[in-house]
Design a protein around this ligand. Sequence first.
Ligand code: SF4
Ligand code: SF4
Length: 434
Amino acid sequence: MTLRTGPDARPSPPPPDPRPPTAPASFHVLAKPSGPICNLDCSYCFFLEKEALYPGDRFRMPDDVLAAYIRQTIEAETAPEVTIAWQGGEPTLMGVDFFRRAVALAEAHARPGQRLHHTIQTNGTLLTDEWCALFAEHRFLVGLSVDGPAHLHDTYRVDKRGEATFAKVRRGWDLLQRHGVDTNILCTVHAANQAYPLEVYRFLRDDLGARHLQFIPIVERVDDTGVPDDADVTDRSVDPVAWGTFLTTVFDEWVTRDVGTVFVQMFDAALAAWLGLPASMCIFAETCGNALALEHNGDLYSCDHFVEPEHLLGNIMTTHMVELVASSQQRAFGAAKRDTLPHYCLECEVRFACHGECPKNRIRRTPTGEPGLNYLCAGYRAFFGHVDGPMRLMADRLRGGGYADEVMATLRDAPRNEPCPCGSGRKAKHCHAR
Ligand code: SF4
Ligand code: SF4
């Protein structure tokens, strides 16, 4: 490994001593080594417009920023597990050697007893045996973007010529599997696939054989109203009710046959809420502010969804990232998630699980006209209400020393003419024992 250093390489600041008291014990930084630059041109991508933030820039993370990111991340982490996370744009545009240098730097800086986790989110179209061998050797968790089978995936996930990408993504997935790489599918839900929850889920589970899934709603604002709380959304955005139906439909399939073998991030997050555990996804936490985004040049932003001038905290080449995370600006950003909740949410029976979801989606008004209601509210109310019974069953099993997957037999094998144990009020044969 040769790290390009030289007269132009800049030193970056040491960690503050003492550690700022407002610094969280753990936080997460998503680094974007090629900024928003991508080899694809997905219609719904919100990163591409971010090029305007850095006019004329080549969007390539230099080695001194790479070194600062790795060292400061490791210095900032108080837990024994350290995650080095990469995203884009498309991070594989940086080339394999960039990531070899990243891994070597992390290994050189890790303190005794610290365990390193490398993660990367990719569209998968540029993967080769060389990439997959690197991922396998260093146990990268690779997130691959797939929106379902080809006819759904290719609606919006196209290349710069507007051509379909599914075949290349499938090739990338097969390569990852051949090398035994740990994978996670990131499936966005939007107008084109929202009506096909089972087709999407079964494709990911059965055709791809994926075992870790994330469903992400596409909400694309169109700020043509001039009023932030009345922003419109594009036709590609998922419909709020369809989002709820998508989640509940997948949930019903999962809860009767896949608990413990297929891991759906949203369902795990819901179970954590029903168990009274801390939120496992920032969007469902009461406050946030511990998931930041690092641009290629060292600029640190409050969140990947707020890479905007007013949410720029500073640059890690001049201020250590732990100081930026601990800053009053960032703490206020995180607290605002709780402090700006409308009364409608404060009185909501599923607030303990939802917490108004992500502030970026709070672009609607409540029935009484209060601003700040989440665009997806109808979907989340339906979903969290729907899963209440099965979640209680799973949480009870776990609290009693059993296993969550016992819920599958409880629901499937219930007497068909008796009320379904999920509490829906329907006969089991018309509910989960179908
Ligand atoms: S703004 Fe949204 S995505 Fe960003 S940290 Fe907060 S909840 Fe998470
Ligand atoms: S379901 Fe709707 S009302 Fe309830 S907390 Fe979530 S966004 Fe607020």
